[in-house]
Design a protein around this ligand. Sequence first.
Ligand code: A2P
Length: 333
Amino acid sequence: MSKNYAVVGATGAVGVEILKVLENRNVDVGQLKLLASPRSAGKTMTFRGKEYTVEALSEDSFHDVQVALFSAGGSISKQYGPVAVSSGCVVVDNSSAFRMDPEVPLVVPEINPEAVKLHKGIIANPNCSTIILLMAVYPIYKLYGVKKIIVSTYQAASGAGAAAMQELEDQAKAHLAGTEVPTNILPHQLAFNVFSHNSSMDPESGYNQEEVKMVKETHKILGDANIAIAPTCVRVSTFRAHAESIHLELREKGDVEKMREALAAFPGVKVLDNRQANRFPMPLEVSGKDDVYVGRVRMDYDDQSGTNVQLFVVGDQLLKGAALNAVQIAELL
Ligand code: A2P
């Protein structure tokens, strides 16, 4: 039976992708409500060839809606998520507002789909860097166990929203034209630059919020707090796919060919690991793709123990890192 859907943040970078994913996956959508800020009220958007008018989000938005996909930031989720639940909706929330709440399942459908059953109205979609990391790590974790993860991210502008993607484009043009480079959304010039992730930094630990999310969310999703995780999160001047360089310390000796086979067999993962042609995953090629791409599967150069492996991973932040994962959760309901 079809369900009525609401997309909160429908005009945003993730919201637009949610509509495309619902369309492409033939999700049985009955009525559809597109919700955003009052700035967007009255704007029209197309879904399955039909025009819909965007409405301003309010406490009355959720009558007769069964599934609400939220992607309008943490404060909107905190304020309106419980309102949607009390109107009878199941909320799939893309923000970090409820992820670490013990009552809220945090789900990557290929990894812990069973957690969805425990929901009490809200299911959280994990952080994009965490989803992309775990899609590559989980098949290896199942094979050999993992003691430690050292990960460095190369994160696209899309994670900071549609306005940040536009600003990256404007910055590139301004930089090349020799005019003043705008930094209204991003804290620094991202075009032709790399900077430490723009989430807030804890001066005591030296870790930013994005890094802390990768640690805590990995422990929650895998139900394994024994994995040591050392992340470094960085923004690079790409538009929408995140890359990650990952080092794993395995619990047992690993075999590169077996790991490649396990990755290739895992739903939602593709192996692109052509050493002869020097062809590995790239953000430009992975943008717009559902799968997370893994390459450069290799043992640590100097390690004699056979338990240290390295990977290079790229996933579309807006799709598997956000919209696709959220719609897959809705499909599980
Ligand atoms: P709007 O386009 O009207 O500003 P992004 O992550 O790309 O920045 O998108 C954020 C999304 O959240 C947009 O759809 C945006 O709508 C929406 N949003 C921002 N503030 C509010 C608000 N106060 N109420 C409802 N939606 C909001």
